[in-house]
Design a protein around this ligand. Sequence first.
Ligand code: ADP
Ligand code: TZD
Length: 581
Amino acid sequence: MQDASAKPATTAAEDKLTDGFHLLIDALKLNGIDTIFGLPGIPITDFTRMAQADGIRVICFRHEQNAGNAAAAAGFLSGKPGICLTVSAPGFLNGLTALANATTNCFPMILISGSSEREIVDLQQGDYEEMDQLAIAKPLCKAAFRVLHAEDIGVGIARAIRAAVSGRPGGVYLDLPAKLFAQTMEAEAGKRSLIKVVDPAPRQIPAPDSVQRALALLKGAKRPLIVLGKGAAYAQADADIRAFVEKSGIPYLPMSMAKGLLPDTHQQSASAARSYVLPEADVVMLIGARLNWLLSQGKGKTWGGKSPKEWADKRFIQIDISPTEADSNVRIDAPVIGDIGSCVAALLAGMGSNWAKPPSEWTSAVAERKDKNIAKMAETLAKNPSPMNFHSALNVVRNAVKAHPDAILVNEGANALDFTRSIVDMYQPRKRLDVGTWGIMGIGMGFSVAAAVTTGKPVIAVEGDSAFGFSGMEVETICRYKLPVCVIILNNNGVYKGTDQNPAGDDMAPTQFVKDARYEMMMQAFGGVGVRATTPEQLAEALDEAVASGKPTLINAIIDESAGTESGRITSLNPSTAKKK
Ligand code: ADP
Ligand code: TZD
């Protein structure tokens, strides 16, 4: 029986053809890509429909930057490149910030943008959304490609995947002119043109002598320290990393997105003694962490140097996949170049069975500092001031993450970031996503959507009220896809805090927002749950309910508007004027 409502039967000749739309879908599926984050419009709207019809999950956003951030986070969490799909010029530019941020953070993603007529763009004759996108993307990502012919789609996707995930991961741009989508070719030939990428991120085995050099240095150390960075979290070598740290007995510091690789409550964690271990250590082993600004470039007072730029008397071991990372700031005495999984496995094997733990003077001195600071923090967390402050609110989040260690914590803001990082312990790898290497605001809702879609676990997003504003419209996206995301806004009425005053007029100060803003109503507007919480009890009740129900929830947590300092812990990066009024 023929179904009268079925689409018109294709002719035999049409059956033998395929086109750009379908080759692109087939190429992505062939390579295990099952999700696209994007925003439709000319020339990609039909592509989103066809991809969805073909079983790819298409998650559409309200702004391309958030789709791009989602792709980047999906890339970090899964090790597969996250895909962001946008329209030409303005959509492309909106996605570009996320692509640049992904590259900076070493997250694999591919930004695929439709583009206008090449002939018109190149002669600058004024096409709809005219822009030379390839040229603009090139300096901001690892690689950029354009595909002009349908038979090259397979190669284009293969090159984009390899560039995104091999070596140091990063962002890739793929330019697809509108005409390409409708180009047809013989289906059989099309199929043969596709490439299933074999071993997209090949292991890079470290040179055995580099491993020996590193172990010798570590063995001779009196006050060794391990620093785990987000590269270590990305590498998905969790068991070996933990085994290596435990077998070595060396205190370790996790960078913010490496928290949870070993549980933050681990006895070797030196997080609570950071300002003691950095200057005191004599040998430091970096595993997937760069000596950039987040680590004071490896020099100066943070590291025990006497002046801001002085190199302290230290030896560094650096494990990284990028050979040019070593010596970028200070001398690296023992670079170990390879993928972290292979490097850590080689180190473990090389340690033998009777590795001596570090001297107990060192480990007990670290433990003493740490215990003192943890006790001090416990005292602060036990206080219950009115109005709430960062500590009393975040104590609630700390308990919730302890109860739900598989939940993913997304975090942005200034004080909201610094306090969350130090107060909320993480227990499992890759459960913390934050502002990363740039300290960028705006990742919040994109990362949350990706975390929920990629893992299916509950997501708790702790957001400064300013930070939330950069991607806040995506609460609609969260409601539309019914994602288990609970957004907590630590609302102090402004950027950093809400108490600045304009000394010269009626406008509010540059850092101030509308007072008592009802952010929770934004979530209610789209059918989610919105709660205004003024006490830790109210916050705890709403958060528990959100995690239990999995319903999209926004908690407007009202905190003391005078709480917070300018730029949080990086106040000193603000230039100050020498001119007196
Ligand atoms: P953090 O901000 O946590 O200190 P960074 O982003 O500065 O971390 O550093 C991450 C480092 O990890 C980068 O230098 C990158 O080259 C490296 N890296 C990423 N993935 C791997 C991997 N699979 N193997 C080895 N190194 C990696
Ligand atoms: N724009 C972008 C894209 N990134 C940035 N980092 C900033 C601006 C500057 N900035 C920060 O570095 S933190 C921050 C801004 C605007 C917001 C801080 O306020 P908040 O958090 O309300 O989010 P706290 O808890 O009140 O500090």
